[in-house]
Write a protein that binds this ligand. Structure first.
Ligand SMILES: [Zn+2]
Length: 126
């Protein structure tokens, strides 16, 4: 029997860890506030790209497609550190992935997108 070793590849974030990370990003993003939905506490804030309303249950479960956005894409060495993460709607996140993340690291368009998201994340920090 052979055992496949994934070498230096990092394990993808599991659902639990993603939920925890979503809560941590929301806690540091001033667009997110405590609200209630059907009597249950939720956090409601805005997509880093399009400002669409996004909400999370108190345990971090995304209610309407909130996803973790890597500002510097993972394929360019972007980490799961809080400052490299933002919350984006699924649509914007996959659009950024398709349109920009595969570009070369020195591509001016990719650099521009990263710079813009960094600035927005910085302005939203609390
Ligand atoms: Zn969006």
């Amino acid at each position: 029997m052979t055992v496949r070793v994934l070498g230096a590849m990092k394990a993808p974030m599991g659902a639990r860890r993603k939920q925890k990370r979503l809560l941590e990003v929301a806690a540091t993003d001033r667009t997110f506030e405590q609200k209630e939905l059907d009597g249950a506490p939720i956090l409601e804030g805005k997509c880093i790209h399009c400002q669409k309303k996004l909400s999370l249950r108190a345990d971090g479960t995304p209610l309407n497609g909130a996803t973790l956005e890597h500002i510097v894409p993972k394929n360019h060495g972007g980490t799961d550190d809080l400052e490299n993460l933002a919350i984006a709607c699924a649509r914007c996140n996959s659009e950024k992935g398709l349109r920009h993340d595969h570009k070369r690291a020195d591509d001016p368009r990719l650099q521009e997108v990263i710079a813009r998201l960094r600035e927005r994340r910085r302005r939203r920090l609390r």
